[in-house]
Write a protein that binds this ligand. Structure first.
Ligand code: SF4
Length: 149
């Protein structure tokens, strides 16, 4: 470990009852979107939901997370895997980056296998717009299989 990065996580309100187990495990083990931090110590400084479509809590949550030192805000994997995936990811990303000067990343824990299978069947992510949003959490077969939902 040669540095420390503070992060915030914003989850989709459809999964607001989630206790964060998969995100926290992935953060601890540097899996999924957290694999980029292999040499970096991480501190979670905020975890909350968007408050429902169209994301009424994004402004407040971003403000508080950045005030608490967040350098990166992760939009949780649930935004990518929901049915449908969140239509506001690009808006949230642009707003948070421009308003607070924070880096925003799509995804947290690896895509659970059942979501990859269903979205592949649906063709959801064939649109090139989705490919960079899915890529950070694509992971590999054994890792996906270990994230049973
Ligand atoms: S789909 Fe997007 S805006 Fe709607 S609840 Fe989920 S994260 Fe929030």
């Amino acid at each position: 470990m040669n540095s420390k990065t503070k992060i915030g996580i914003i989850i989709c309100d459809r999964y607001r009852r989630c206790a964060g187990g998969k995100c926290l495990r992935a953060m601890r083990n540097r899996e999924g979107a957290f694999s980029i931090y292999a040499e970096t110590e991480l501190e979670l400084v905020g975890f909350t939901a968007c408050d429902g479509c169209p994301g009424g809590n994004i402004e407040y949550a971003g403000d508080e997370m950045v005030k608490n030192g967040a350098a990166v805000i992760h939009l949780a994997t649930g935004l990518v895997v929901g049915y449908p995936p969140c239509l506001y990811i690009d808006t949230f990303t642009a707003f948070l980056e421009k308003r607070y000067g924070v880096k925003v990343m799509a995804g947290t824990h690896p895509l659970p296998k059942k979501y990859l299978d269903m979205h592949t069947a649906l063709g959801t992510w064939e649109n090139p717009v989705w490919q960079p949003l899915v890529a950070p959490t694509l992971s590999d077969d054994p890792t996906r299989a270990s994230f049973i939902d």
